[in-house]
Design a protein around this ligand. Structure first.
Ligand code: CAA
Length: 292
């Protein structure tokens, strides 16, 4: 099963990162968006990132040569000859299923369908297509061009040869693939989400300030970011959504949203992307920790 052409659905933070990594690895990539302006925004981010890598000498080709393998489109037909489709649209079951159902009759029969979902059941998504044995999860991490991991998710319906091909594809992208199955949260979020939620509870219980908890985990454990910096980086709305899916699945307190997370999301304080979360990013170079 040879993969040459890659289709990416969505050109947001994750979709553009996946497209960039695939084009850098030599694949021909088509990215589907609903409007040209989203493609323009995503491709501008890719160009900035490629320029940084070129400056550091960490890519073999010029950014222009890599960029030439990336094609943006708003037409589903342009994905018909892709060998793998990686979906990275909004984390919403109905939207994702609608997207897969509309592409299934268009994209060639042998193509693999993959989802970058972090918490939605891959098994639920595959019910939208007539090729359930060719459906997998490929979960990347933010920022995709820098983070080395990809979780390769098998469902009870996935054919072994499809799973193996997806695993090999992950390696060709320059990532380290890990094998996991369709259990909510897979490996990383199963462990990371309770950790981040526990940091919020520790703060609520007066264990330490936001800055001190962040510094403690950064300097005491060698983590690249403390839990609150990471929460703001991932997005509080995204994390809050994930807590719902995980709590619904496991019914355990460790996956439930602490009240403070809910309050911040209700206030529209989603973290770095909205300029405010656990930190205030009015001066992005010097984020100020909040006191709640
Ligand atoms: N492309 C190219 N270069 C980039 C880049 C990008 N997209 N983003 C950052 N860089 C560069 C920066 O310019 C910087 O370059 P210089 O050293 O030349 O200045 C370098 O990478 C390091 O960046 P920073 O100095 O800003 O910060 P850092 O050293 O802390 O590294 C980080 C940034 C790699 C993001 C690091 O902080 C880190 O690993 N953080 C943890 C991220 C993490 O845990 N991600 C997973 C989140 S969970 C998830 O994604 C899944 C989910 O389902 C929720």
């Amino acid at each position: 099963m040879e993969i040459n052409k890659v289709g990416v659905l969505g050109c947001g933070l994750m979709g553009s990162g996946i497209a960039q990594v695939a084009a850098t690895a030599g694949f021909d990539v088509s990215v589907l968006e609903v409007e040209q302006k989203f493609l323009d925004k995503g491709f501008a981010g890719i160009e900035k990132s490629l320029a940084k890598f070129a400056e550091k000498g960490s890519i073999k080709e010029t950014p222009q040569a890599i960029r030439a393998r990336l094609h943006g489109t708003t037409s589903r037909q342009d994905l018909a000859d892709c060998d793998i489709i990686i979906e990275a649209i909004i984390e919403n079951v109905d939207e994702k299923k609608k997207m897969y159902a509309s592409l299934d009759p268009i994209v060639k029969k042998e193509a693999i369908f993959a989802s970058n979902t972090s918490s939605i059941s891959v098994t639920e998504l595959l019910t939208a297509v007539k090729r359930p044995e060719r459906f997998i999860g490929l979960h990347f991490f933010n920022p995709v061009p820098l983070m080395k991991l990809v979780e390769v998710v098998k469902t009870i319906a996935t054919a072994s040869e499809v799973y193996d091909a997806a695993y090999e594809f992950g390696k060709k992208l320059g990532k380290v693939p890990v094998r996991t199955s369709d259990k909510t949260g897979f490996i990383v979020n199963r462990l990371l989400v309770p950790y981040m939620l526990d940091a919020i509870r520790a703060y609520e219980e007066g264990v330490g300030s936001i800055e001190d908890i962040d510094n403690a985990m950064k300097l005491g454990c060698g983590y690249p970011m403390g839990p609150f910096t990471l929460l703001d980086f991932v997005g509080l709305d995204t994390t809050y959504y994930i807590t719902h899916v995980m709590y619904d699945e496991f019914k355990e307190r460790r996956f439930a949203s602490p009240p403070l997370l809910k309050r911040l999301v209700m206030a529209g304080w989603y973290g770095r992307k909205s300029g405010r979360g656990f930190y205030d990013y009015a001066d992005p170079a010097n984020p100020r920790a909040g006191k709640f």
